[in-house]
Design a protein around this ligand. Structure first.
Ligand code: 5GP
Length: 194
């Protein structure tokens, strides 16, 4: 029997929409799904752990990795680099595991180009006021950073048509349930019926 490769799921959407919270709740429910850990040059926030939330690396080593084609995609975001490690993703897909990426909209579109079979899920904030409130409540970005993040939102929402699914995150439990169902639905191969 031919080995089945895994499926790539990309959870994306504007900063502060609750992607991270959805992933946190989702992973324990889906043991066959592995989450890719991105590398970033930004400093860890309070409570963030190297190798768990991100691989926190210097700009110099990030650019070194870029030159060695170690990223599936990378992006400069609010003056910091973020990148998806290629090796981890490819190795797990080859093993038949499903892989989840939690990345920004531009990164998601780059991945979709290289992996047309990937499933793109857009997490939509209820509204801008709520998004501003969530970013402020996080208390980790300056007001200028928050406004910069909000300014990107409109541009990102315009790209929604490219996505396979949209999930409105106005209730975290419902949003988790919806993403869970999307993943379960896509696990079923409609061609072979398994
Ligand atoms: P934060 O600084 O809030 O953790 O992340 C900022 C943004 O970068 C979020 O939208 C997050 O999803 C995105 N991001 C995290 N990792 C990656 C990555 O590997 N590639 C890209 N393109 N974006 C990422």
């Amino acid at each position: 029997m031919k080995n089945k490769t895994g499926k790539l799921y990309i959870l994306s959407g504007p900063s502060g929409t609750g992607k991270g919270t959805i992933v946190k709740h989702l992973i324990p429910k889906l043991p066959q799904l592995v989450r890719s850990i991105s590398a970033t040059t930004r400093l860890p926030r309070k409570g963030e752990v190297d190798g768990v939330h991100y691989f926190f690396i210097s700009k110099q080593s990030f650019l070194q990795k870029v030159s060695e084609s170690e990223f599936l995609e990378y992006d400069l975001h609010f003056e910091n680099y973020y990148g998806t490690p290629k090796h981890f993703v490819e190795e797990n897909l080859a093993k038949g595991k499903n892989v989840l990426l939690e990345i920004d909209v531009e990164g998601a579109l780059k991945v979709k180009k290289n992996y047309p079979q990937s499933v793109l899920i857009f997490v939509m904030p209820p509204n801008i006021a709520e998004l501003r409130r969530r970013l402020r409540a996080r208390n980790t970005e300056s007001d200028a950073d928050i406004e910069e993040r909000l300014a990107r939102v409109e541009k990102e929402i315009n790209l929604i048509e490219v996505y396979d699914y949209t999930v409105l995150n106005d209730d975290i439990n419902l949003a988790v349930e919806k993403v869970y169902k999307i993943i379960k639905e896509n696990e079923y191969d409609h061609k072979t019926g398994h």
